[in-house]
Every structure is written in structure tokens, then in C-alpha cells.
Design a protein. Structure first.
Ligand code: NAD
Length: 477
């Protein structure tokens, strides 16, 4: 039984209310740990600690090379705890163990990557006239708040924390209530072991509508980064607007792969294997729709159904497991309802369609054929292992189907024709487009949404702009 506390000002702090949040293993439904639940007092402590650390200028005035060294030390400490931390993350989230360990290494990669930018935050000199020297400085906002989702607790956290830290901000992180353990334990320990000055990185555990909204609405928070659902994202944007502070929001998706008649269909199947069934489809940029030309639709559907039926189901700790559980009973019921709605609307489940009769929150790998563009399962984010196949007659229709949702996170094109590929890429409304694959990015590639999938960009050099403000200086000679 894992018991974790809040990490505030370099110390592990219990909530004065004594309230805890229990965490279960989605593969079994059994309680595996608890975290001390932050209330207003702990939120205030965390933000105060961050503000004091910022005002002390310990990070702001740290020479860039020293900041880079500190970040690489954090990266090394994260790699040291990757195995144990990954195991705990696997237990609380349900994802395959290898993926959970990879998240810690991925987090380390973010710190390494952004350590390389600390000495490249350069301003400009601007010609005004011969009696004025004008230049710009890039400065941090101050206290940057990070609200993290449960699907990739470690990667998503490091994705925003590392550039915020590289830019010189002090931070307060609110973990997701369903998966706080590995962050509150191993991640906090890595930060502590790296000797990060107290108060620069604070980690609190609590409910979104309590601690989460207290953090985002706190008077001393100067910038917010939120990764999660559109619904909550809009609340965050309202809270940020109330205080006129900037927000980076990374939200949901309903991403489509457009398959042309000449495509290698096995590549589509391979992409779908990880793209929609990896982590039981609980991925923001999941390949949740396949928009395929009618001439090859039946052949592709058969291949997809066979792949889905053959996936190894199990606990993320089991060897070679491919289909892991959903995060919670609530999420399982939500996915069941979507599957029922698809069937009622006339879609055909050629694979799966039901919950799996075993302990934990498992749902079958599901492929829906005969999906029409206006069905709920083709429009809304299901966040489960459910793939919708839609067919088209001509390219115009394919592009229309792919683009006509409220989202615009990712998209894909499958064709052997490079002209067809690049022309289609240009017409797809999505923040990232994959050709003949899915998920090709790295920490260095900008990631973010079009439309309601969010704005700003995370990852790569783009991301650091979200954590810096520009000061213009004019010197009269
Ligand atoms: P969620 O919106 O329910 O919760 C996300 C976080 O917000 C949690 O930490 C939660 O406690 C907190 N929260 C909830 N209400 C809040 C409030 N009023 N104020 C402040 N914080 C609050 O999302 P989720 O269910 O954890 O994650 C799944 C969603 O996240 C999916 O829609 C998925 O597509 C999206 N997501 C997007 C990306 C991306 O990069 N675009 C990445 C991962 C997940």
C-alpha cells in the first residue's frame, strides 16, 4: 500500500484536513495506495513557496549553463527511478509496464532537451534611431501552474514542466486524482535528489474541482498549462480570462486516418494497433477514425477486425500484453454507452463491442464498420479502444469527413503517392499529420491542436514560447 504526500517547498507535507484520495489498480479494481488530498491551505502553501522561490531569483539569475546542468541532473535522477516508478505507474494507470517505464525516460528526455535551450533564450536589438539603443529580454512569467491528466501522468507533466523550468519559472503541479502515486513519490523524489532549490517545483495531489480550480484561480499564479478534456479546458480558460493570465491548453481529439486506394493496408493495420488499441485507446491523439476509399474498405475492415480479435488482453505487468484496462469503472461505462449508441445508430461491430468479463475495467478491442459521419461515435471523443471505419467515394468527401468535427489534434494519410500525400496533408485541419504511420513524433516535434483540441504548442522549440514574456528596453543615449 503506497502512501504519498504533497511535495511543497522541498518537503513532503500531509494535508491538514487529513483527507486522502484512494487510488486503485484498473486491472484489478483493488486499492493500491492513497495520497494526502490538498485543500486550500496546501494550495496556498505551494503557490506561496513558488512565489517566494521566484522572487528570490534563484532560478532567474542562475547562469544558463548552471540551469542546464541542474536540468540534466533531474533527467539523470528520473532515469534512476524509471524502473520502480514505472512499475507503480503501471499499477495505478493500467498501461503496459514497458510504456510506463518509457514515460519516466521520456520525462528525462524532456529535461535533457530543454536543458539545451537555457542558453539560447535570446532577445533582439531593434533599430529605432541613432540616439536610442533598443533591445528585448525574454523573461519568465513567475509562478506557472500545471494541471496534468491521468493518461500519461509523467510524460505530460515533464512536457510542460521542462520548458517552463528552462524558461526560469517556478511551478506548482496538480496531479490527476486517478494517477497521483508515481508523480508524488518517484518524480518528487527525483526532483529532491537533484537538489532543485526548495519551492521551485511543488507537487500537490487533489481533486480537479477543488485543488485544481484553486490553483488555476490563485491570485499569485501568472500562467497556466492544462492538459485534459475540452470541458475542463474551457473552465481553465474562463479562470485564466478572469485574471487575464495566459494559458496553454492541450485538449481532446477525434483524429482520422485517410486511406487511399493505393495504400499499403498492412501499414494502416499496424498504425491502428498502437494508434487506437494502445493504452486501450486512452490517448488524446488516438487514431479513432479510419476514412477509407470504398474500393478497399471491405479488405481493410477484415484485416482490422482480425488484428483487434488477436490482441493479447491483460494486466500491464504481464509480458507481451497489448490491450490493457480502461482507467476506471466510470470510463468503462462511458465506453460501453458509446458502443451501444453506435450499434443503435446502425454501425456494425465487426470486432468487440462489449466489456470483458473479468476483474478490472477491460473493454474489447472494437472495430465499427458502416459508421456514418453524423453518428455520435464518429463525432465525439470516446477515449477507449473503439475504432470507427467510414468509407468515401472521392477525395473531397474524404477531406470533408476527416475535417468535419469539433477537434483538430492529429490526422493521418495512407498512400504510396507522394503528391497525393502532401496535397492531403495541406488540406487536413490538425496540429500534426502522420503519413503512412501514426505517432512519429519525439520531444523535439511541436505538438498541439487546431480547433477545440487546444492552442499553443508543446514539445520542441515552439513550447518554450508559452513560458516566456518579452520585455522591451529602450536606452536614450
Ligand atoms: P480532465 O479534464 O477530466 O482532467 C484533467 C486534469 O484537470 C485533472 O488533473 C483534473 O483533476 C483537473 N481538473 C478537473 N477539473 C478541473 C477544474 N475545474 N479546474 C482545474 N483543474 C481541473 O481530463 P482527463 O480525463 O484527466 O484526461 C483525458 C482528456 O485529456 C481527454 O480528453 C484527452 O484527449 C485529453 N488529453 C489531451 C492531451 C493533449 O496533449 N492534447 C494529452 C493527454 C490527454
Amino acid at each position: 500500500m503506497q502512501k504519498c504526500k504533497n511535495y511543497i517547498n522541498g518537503q513532503w507535507i500531509e494535508s491538514s484536513s487529513g483527507e486522502v484520495i484512494e487510488v486503485n489498480n484498473p486491472a484489478t479494481g483493488k486499492i493500491i495506495g492513497e495520497v494526502s488530498c490538498a485543500k486550500q491551505e496546501e494550495v496556498d502553501m505551494a503557490v506561496d513557496a513558488a512565489l517566494k522561490a521566484h522572487n528570490s531569483r534563484v532560478l532567474v539569475d542562475m547562469p544558463p549553463m548552471e540551469r542546464a546542468t541542474l536540468m540534466r541532473t533531474i533527467a539523470n535522477e528520473l532515469r534512476k527511478v524509471a524502473s520502480d516508478g514505472g512499475s507503480l505507474l503501471c499499477s495505478e494507470n493500467g498501461k503496459p509496464l514497458a510504456g510506463a517505464i518509457h514515460e519516466f525516460n521520456d520525462a528525462a528526455n524532456y529535461f535533457d532537451y530543454y536543458s539545451g535551450l537555457t542558453d539560447k533564450l535570446e532577445g533582439n536589438t531593434i533599430p529605432v534611431n541613432k540616439t536610442v539603443i533598443d533591445y528585448t529580454l525574454l523573461e519568465p512569467y513567475g509562478v506557472s501552474a500545471h494541471i496534468v491528466p491521468w493518461n500519461f501522468p509523467m510524460s505530460m507533466l515533464a512536457r510542460s514542466l521542462a520548458p517552463a523550468f528552462a524558461a526560469g519559472n517556478a511551478t506548482v503541479i496538480k496531479t490527476a486524482e486517478l494517477t497521483p502515486l508515481a508523480t508524488a513519490d518517484h518524480f518528487a523524489q527525483a526532483i529532491h535528489n537533484a537538489n532543485v532549490p526548495a519551492g521551485l517545483i511543488n507537487i500537490i495531489c487533489g481533486y480537479g474541482n477543488e485543488a485544481g480550480s484553486m490553483v488555476t484561480g490563485h491570485k499569485d499564479v501568472s500562467q497556466v498549462t492544462f492538459t485534459g478534456s475540452v470541458l475542463t479546458g474551457k473552465k481553465i480558460l474562463h479562470a485564466a480570462a478572469e485574471r487575464a493570465i495566459p494559458a496553454v491548453v492541450e485538449l481532446g481529439g477525434k483524429s482520422a486516418a485517410v486511406v487511399f486506394p493505393d495504400a499499403d493496408l498492412d501499414k494502416v493495420v499496424n498504425a491502428a494497433r498502437g494508434g487506437i488499441f494502445g493504452q486501450a485507446g486512452q490517448i488524446c491523439s488516438a487514431m479513432s477514425r479510419v476514412v477509407v476509399h470504398e474500393s478497399v474498405k471491405d479488405e481493410l475492415v477484415e484485416k482490422l477486425a482480425n488484428m483487434a480479435k488477436g490482441l493479447k488482453v491483460g494486466d500491464g505487468h504481464d509480458d507481451g500484453v497489448e490491450l490493457t484496462p480502461l482507467i476506471s469503472e466510470q470510463q468503462l461505462q462511458k465506453v460501453e454507452n458509446y458502443a451501444r449508441s453506435g450499434q443503435q445508430a446502425g454501425a456494425t461491430a465487426v470486432a468487440g463491442g462489449n466489456r470483458i468479463d473479468r476483474e478490472g475495467y477491460f473493454f474489447e478491442a472494437t472495430v465499427f464498420d458502416d459508421v456514418k459521419h453524423d453518428m455520435t461515435i464518429a463525432q465525439e471523443e470516446i477515449f477507449g479502444p473503439v475504432l470507427s471505419v467510414l468509407s468515401y467515394k472521392d477525395k473531397e468527401e474524404a477531406i470533408h469527413i476527416a475535417n468535419d468535427t469539433a477537434f483538430g489534434l492529429a490526422a493521418g494519410v495512407f498512400t504510396k503517392d507522394i503528391d497525393q500525400a502532401t496535397n492531403t496533408v495541406n488540406q487536413l485541419q490538425a496540429g500534426q499529420v502522420y503519413v503512412n504511420s501514426w505517432f512519429t513524433g519525439s520531444v523535439a516535434t511541436p505538438f498541439g491542436g487546431y480547433k477545440q483540441s487546444g492552442y499553443s504548442r508543446e514539445k520542441g522549440q515552439e513550447a518554450i514560447k508559452g513560458y516566456l514574456q518579452v520585455k522591451n528596453v529602450g536606452i536614450q543615449l
